[in-house]
Design a protein around this ligand. Structure first.
Ligand code: PMP
Length: 404
């Protein structure tokens, strides 16, 4: 039964039972209207309330400053791998066009040397980078750091920001600087916002650690996150975007003249914000669930409390893995260990399978690593309780004792 189970899957992830109970009731009969929330029109006043409340809660939790907008989109984090280059190149080109008094040739010349900068720290940032290259061309993308270069050809480290090979003044211009704050598959997390030169347009994928700690939003041009790990269910992506990017964009004629790709309308951020995220039918039920999760976070101490809890839970698990370091090999280097996705290998023939199976017998589910890398992965998202972690650590200790 549900109370007997703890689910450590990486996403979709478990959600607080109280949230699901409230959502389930709303699915049948939302606010005594006799209709379920997924049946009401996405343009109804009810749906608007859900959008407004969820946006406000997100802004309150993350202390989003003036000058930023929230967008709800579909298509998961992966869709943003495409949406980011479309919108940010268009924004950059429009700025240059304006500076060059709408001279297309001069703008083209500057665009030729302009690059999106990507920091590669794992599978997700790599995929984002590959997609950017597909859409705008290899020559417009510069890998400014690759963790594999500093970690013997494997993921598991984050090159220090001081070492990043940023586009240098005189050689070209930076369109944006992209990184993934927490690499879900590889268990690597930034400890804070990396220091980049003033004026850079920093874009971060926070799909697997959003709302698990405080973030200085003012340092970012764009933050995005798929909802299905720390916030809600699959099907929704949350964006926090600086308004200048929305306000300053090339039109289609300009993009064509400059040889830049035209974004599909559903990926065109200004169209989405102009329509309050309702250019098409948004799944309001998914937004509602996110809103309920956010409400609960606000009631239980906000992101300061979540951060403390995530640190406490992750420390307990890592301490135990380190205690039995001959058996458990944590994948990433110590300084960049993720608090959200704890990835390790178990030394010894068949022991990983045994660990997963033993976990299942005890109601500890979702411990298997990502299919591309294997191993064990414990996802320690917001909804995982301290009691669940205690149950898990008791099992890890028991397993370690029997295996050593
Ligand atoms: N970025 C990160 C950090 C992720 O963990 C994931 C999914 N696990 C994605 C992007 C892709 O998300 P989606 O499956 O929602 O497209």
């Amino acid at each position: 039964t549900r109370p007997e189970i703890a689910y450590f899957g990486a996403g979709p992830a478990s959600l607080p039972t109280a949230v699901l109970e409230e959502a389930a009731a709303s699915l049948l009969n939302h606010l005594n209207t006799g209709l379920g929330i997924a049946e009401h029109s996405h343009r109804s006043a009810l749906a608007n309330d859900v959008l407004r409340d969820t946006t406000n809660r997100l802004k309150e939790l993350l202390e989003v400053p003036e000058g930023y907008s929230v967008i709800f989109m579909q298509g998961g984090g992966t869709t943003q791998f495409s949406a980011v280059p479309y919108n940010l190149f268009s924004h950059f080109a429009k700025r240059v066009l304006t500076e060059e008094n709408n001279d297309i040739e001069k703008t083209k010349a500057r665009l030729q040397k302009a690059k999106a900068e990507y920091v590669l720290t794992g599978g997700w940032s790599s995929k984002a980078c590959t997609e950017a290259k597909r859409l705008v061309g290899e020559e417009k993308v510069q890998v400014i750091a690759n963790a594999k270069d500093v970690n013997g050809g494997k993921w598991g480290d984050i090159p220090a920001a001081e070492s990043w090979n940023l586009v240098k003044e005189g050689e070209g211009e930076s369109v944006y600087t992209y990184y993934c704050d927490n690499e879900t598959v590889d268990g690597v997390e930034f400890t804070g916002v990396p220091q980049v030169p003033e004026g850079r347009y920093v874009v971060a994928d926070m799909s697997s650690n959003i709302l698990s700690r405080k973030v200085d939003v003012s340092k970012f041009a764009l933050i995005y996150a798929g909802a299905q790990k720390n916030v809600g269910t699959a099907g929704l992506t949350i964006l926090i975007i600086r308004d200048d990017i929305l306000q300053t964009q090339c039109n289609d004629t300009e993009l064509r003249s400059l040889g830049l790709p035209l974004p599909p309308i559903m990926l065109h951020y200004p169209t989405l914000t102009a329509n309050n995220s309702l250019y098409n039918t948004l799944p309001i039920f998914e937004v509602y669930i996110c809103g309920l999760v956010m409400k609960k976070l606000l009631e239980t101490g906000g992101l300061g409390a979540m951060q403390a809890s995530a640190d406490r839970k992750a420390s307990k698990i890592y301490a135990l893995l380190d205690k039995y370091e001959n058996l458990f090999k944590v994948v990433p280097k110590k300084a960049v260990r993720s608090r959200m996705n704890i990835c390790f290998r178990i030394e010894g023939e068949g022991l990983e399978g045994k660990f997963v199976k033993g976990g299942e017998e005890r109601g500890l589910l979702g411990l298997k690593g990502h299919r591309s890398v294997g191993g064990i992965r414990i996802s320690n998202y917001n909804s995982i309780t301290e009691e669940q972690v205690d149950k898990l650590t008791a099992y890890i200790e028991e397993f370690a004792k029997s295996a050593t």
